[in-house]
Design a protein around this ligand. Structure first.
Ligand code: HXC
Length: 292
């Protein structure tokens, strides 16, 4: 990311302690970089500890400050508890949690197995709740305030054909955002979400657009004629996680160049015409990337 395009002064996030799930790659890494650059201590976790550690080392070499990497699969509530224990022991309460970790692949829903459904919903639906609950209950006990941010998609408003487990799960997290904003606002805990349009990352392209066509938020279809730039997402994340706008609570904000208004923002128009053969090919391409 071009950190010179961050809108904020250095030191804005001094003293903040933020955990970014899936912070080793993709959008999580970009938000981690912005928080770090602005002074926060950032904890990141991913299923692959080595990948998260590489990111932590690279970002600290570039910007100084502190990024601590944990290996943690958010599908595992015990692993979450152990990680959050370690974070608290190391430096005390978190001031923020970014629910960024996700899983997704395109598939006709009639081709999905129960395992396929669970592979996505266990991460997005259950895992996001597990970690939010673990962090939130500790903060309530200690009387500390904090900001929670979940990375969703515009499909939470209009559905996600061909990505149904992800769309269902993210809609549920949208509801969690609204519900807990009201329920836990009294504890000084606030909950917001970002619904990004297309911000190309390796993981997203491999699983959602394996042959390059599976996303109609592409440059031509988007009203602004382009995809998102990482600093734009990071600036919005800092606004919601940093100090100064604490009364913003319970909101899901799209950042997609009005792609949702123009096209619906989902995969319907590009994927509905595909036949059996094309889906078989697509599935093989995606599965070939799952282990990476
Ligand atoms: C149909 C599939 C499949 C596919 C996997 N499965 N890929 N079914 N089509 N393409 C099925 C398998 O056959 C198996 O069911 C079950 O799912 C579990 O598969 P595993 O590979 O064992 O799962 P696992 O190793 O847990 O991998 C999880 C994953 C993988 C979600 C499937 O993609 C992953 O690790 N993703 C993490 C990163 C990621 O997805 N990033 C992109 C996020 S983008 P059976 O029945 O055979 O046992 C995003 C928002 C995008 O979230 C918004 C864009 C605008």
């Amino acid at each position: 990311m071009d950190v010179s395009k961050l809108m904020y002064r250095d030191g804005l996030m001094d003293g903040e302690r933020i955990l970014v799930t899936g912070g080793g790659t993709g959008l999580g890494r970009e938000m981690t970089e912005a928080f770090l650059k602005l002074g926060a201590t950032v904890y990141i976790c991913g299923r692959r500890q080595g990948k998260a550690q590489d990111t932590a080392d690279e970002l600290m070499a570039q910007h100084g400050g502190k990024v601590v990497a944990h290996g943690c699969d958010i599908r595992d509530a015990d692993a979450i508890k152990a990680m959050v224990d370690a974070i608290w022991e190391e430096g005390g309460a978190l001031t923020g949690l970014v629910n960024n970790a996700a899983g997704n692949f395109i598939s006709r829903t009639e081709d999905l197995s129960i395992n396929g459904f669970n592979a996505i919903s266990d991460i997005v639906f259950r895992g996001t709740f597990y970690i939010t609950h673990e962090v939130g209950t500790r903060l309530i006990k200690e009387g500390k305030s904090a900001s929670f941010l979940s990375i969703l998609t515009t499909w939470v408003w209009n559905g996600g054909p061909f990505t149904v487990p992800s769309a269902m799960s993210k809609s549920a997290i949208n509801n969690m955002t609204q519900s807990l904003a009201a329920e836990w606002g009294r504890y000084g805990l606030r909950f917001n979400a970002i619904a990004p349009g297309l911000f190309p990352t390796d993981g997203m392209s491999a699983r959602l657009s394996p042959d390059g066509r599976g996303n109609n938020s592409n440059d031509r279809a988007n009203p602004m004629g382009r995809h998102g730039e990482m600093h734009e997402l990071a600036n919005l994340a800092v606004f919601l996680m940093g100090p100064g706008a604490e009364w913003v609570n319970g909101q899901t904000i799209a950042i997609d160049g009005a792609g949702y208004q123009a096209t619906g923002g989902n995969f319907y128009h590009t994927l509905a015409p595909l036949g059996d053969e094309e889906w078989a090919k697509m599935r093989d391409m995606i599965k070939g990337t799952n282990a990476k």
